[in-house]
Design a protein around this ligand. Structure first.
Ligand SMILES: Nc1ncnc2c1ncn2[C@@H]1O[C@H](COP(=O)(O)OP(=O)(O)OP(=O)(O)O)[C@@H](O)[C@H]1O
Ligand SMILES: [Mg+2]
Length: 270
C-alpha cells in the first residue's frame, strides 16, 4: 500500500498531447431509431461533438437521450443514418472490431454505479481495465499488474478517495460510490466519457459535487464529455454546450451560457 501511495503522490499526469477542439469525436448524420414496430424515437438526428467539448444532452423523459447514447457506441442498432464515434464510422451497428476499438477509448458512468459491492474500492477501479485483456483474472488489487494498480490509485486520488482504496465498495455512501465509478471510467484515460444521468440518484449537494468533479477532470485531462441530465443547473454550469432532444430531433444546440429559461420551457413543453 505504501509503495502504491508513493507512486501516486506526484501530481496526476495531465494529458500532454491535448488535441485542438476541432477534431470531431462524434458525428451523427440523419440518424433514426425505431424500437420494434413502434413510433420513431430518433428521427433525423444530426450532431457533431468535438474533442475536448463538454456537452449536456437534455430533454423530457422518453425524449430518446439514453437511446442516442447507446446508438453512439453501438449498444443499440440505429434504424438509419450514419454514426462516427472516435473515428469508427458505421451504419446500424458497428463491427465487433470497431466496437472494441471504441470501447477502449470510452469511459461510461450511469445513474447506477454498478460497483462490485464485496470487492475493494481499488479493485473496482481496476475493473476499468476490463476489455483490454480477454479474461477476468488479474482484476483484483492483489493480482493485477502494478501499472494498473498505480493508475487506479491515481484515479482514486483525482476523486479524493485515496484513503478508501482498501475499503469494501458497499461501505461507501452513494455519492462516494459514484466517485469510484468516475475513477473507474477515467482510469484508462479515455478520450470520450459518456455519462447517463450520473447525478440522478444523489442528493443535491453530492450531485453537484459529482458533476463538478466530472467536469473539472474532463477539462483538465482533455476528455470529451457527453452527459444527460434533468438538472438544468448542472447542464448550465458543467457543460460548455447544451443540446436538447424533442420529438426525436435536436431541438436546440447552443453554448450553455446562452441558454434561456424560454429554451428550457420549450424543450420540456411537449
Ligand atoms: N430497449 C427498448 N425497447 C423498446 N423501447 C425502448 C427501449 N429503450 C427505450 N425505449 C423507448 O424509447 C423511448 C426513449 O427512451 P429513452 O430511455 O431513450 O429516453 P430518455 O430520454 O433517456 O428518458 P429518461 O429521461 O426517462 O431517461 C421511450 O419511449 C422508451 O420506452
Ligand atoms: Mg434516459
Amino acid at each position: 500500500m505504501q509503495e502504491l501511495l508513493e507512486a501516486v503522490r506526484p501530481p496526476a499526469q495531465i494529458k500532454a498531447a491535448y488535441r485542438p477542439a476541432t477534431t470531431p469525436i462524434i458525428e451523427v448524420s440523419d440518424v433514426g431509431k425505431i424500437y420494434g414496430r413502434g413510433a420513431p424515437i430518433l428521427d433525423g438526428v444530426n450532431l457533431t461533438v468535438h474533442e475536448g467539448e463538454r456537452v449536456a444532452l437534455i430533454g423530457a423523459n422518453g425524449a430518446g437521450k439514453s437511446t442516442l447514447l447507446k446508438c453512439l457506441i453501438g449498444l443499440h442498432p440505429t434504424s438509419n443514418g450514419t454514426v462516427s464515434t472516435l473515428g469508427e464510422r458505421f451504419e446500424v451497428i458497428p463491427s465487433k472490431v470497431q466496437r472494441r476499438r471504441m470501447r477502449l477509448e470510452t469511459g461510461f458512468v450511469f445513474q447506477k454505479h454498478c460497483l462490485v459491492a464485496r470487492r475493494s474500492v481499488l479493485s473496482n477501479v481496476i475493473h476499468g481495465f476490463l476489455g483490454t485483456v480477454g479474461s477476468w483474472r488479474g482484476f483484483s488489487h492483489t493480482t493485477s499488474p502494478k501499472a494498473w494498480r498505480e493508475a487506479a490509485m491515481r484515479a482514486l486520488e483525482d476523486v479524493n478517495l485515496l484513503d478508501f482504496a482498501l475499503h469494501r465498495a458497499d461501505e461507501l455512501s452513494g455519492g462516494q460510490q459514484q466517485r469510484v465509478a468516475i475513477a473507474r471510467a477515467l482510469v484508462r484515460k479515455p478520450r470520450l466519457l459518456i455519462a447517463d444521468e450520473p447525478a440522478a440518484s444523489l442528493d443535491p449537494t453530492s450531485g453537484r459535487d459529482v458533476m463538478e468533479l466530472f467536469s473539472t477532470l474532463c477539462k483538465r485531462q482533455g476528455i470529451t464529455l457527453l452527459f444527460t441530465s434533468h438538472d438544468m443547473q448542472h447542464a448550465r454550469s458543467f457543460a460548455d454546450r447544451v443540446v436538447a432532444l424533442r420529438n426525436g430531433r435536436i431541438f436546440l444546440d447552443r453554448p450553455s451560457a446562452d441558454l434561456t429559461d424560454r429554451d428550457l420551457e420549450e424543450t420540456f413543453n411537449v
